[in-house]
Design a protein around this ligand. Sequence first.
Ligand code: GUN
Length: 283
Amino acid sequence: MIISGKDLSKSLKEALKCHVAELEAKHGTTPFLAVILVGEDPGSVSYVTGKAKAATEVGIRNTTMRYPETITEEELLAIIDKLNADDDVDGILVQLPLPKHIDEQKVIAAIRPEKDVDSFHPVNVANLWLKLPGFKPCTPKGIIKLLDSAGVEIEGKEAVVVGRSNIVGLPVAKLLLDRNATVTVAHSRTKNLGEVTRRADILVVAIGRERFISADMIKPGAVVIDVGVNRDSRTGKLCGDVDFEHAEAVASAITPVPGGVGPMTITCLMENTVESFERKVTK
Ligand code: GUN
């Protein structure tokens, strides 16, 4: 089975659009998302375009603020301060990565946690690990929704996460643990990686290398979630971290790239923006 993030996103966005229309009827306004893009990295430009498009689709007001690579950290922090102080702004997203002369962690920490719809701020990271209320990070949240939509039972299953990034690997491991999976976090320096991944009933791969996971590293019948977004060095097309062509026959279910996790990340960002607005208007 192919687990389509594109299809699930479409239905979730339709539901969200209705919800936003109800909010507008009740409160006379809609959520507002501010997206900050520094530089012109083609990957980042494409992500930011997708986020703006999805926001407009569901009725979330949005702006994309584009700045040159040469912007200083101080200037960027001043822009964030303004957005923090503007009560009309519900979500602030700074597209990563930032240029080397800017301290990414400092920028993330400058966003008010209540507007940090990416859920990258230290307070929101702590809330996740302490099981306190707050935003869930978008890609991990989207992965759990994909598993649920495919009817995959998580409780008691062996889940292996390949990758230990702050954005995906670590938080998805935590969400799987919260659903009572037995979780292993593997990474690029794990010894005998294939032995570890072959234990997985649920295999989540977020390492960022094309064909990093070959079919023989997958247990027959496993559910495979491929978070990778790479350029295929043979065809130039987008591809994931899993050798999809061969893995498809071994796995019981697998996400494609594109059309798998990517659209879910964007949809969950929209949900978080609406959640932020709702917390604001019910305060
Ligand atoms: N760069 C790669 N993934 C993400 C993401 O989910 N959010 C932001 N802001 N930047 C990213």
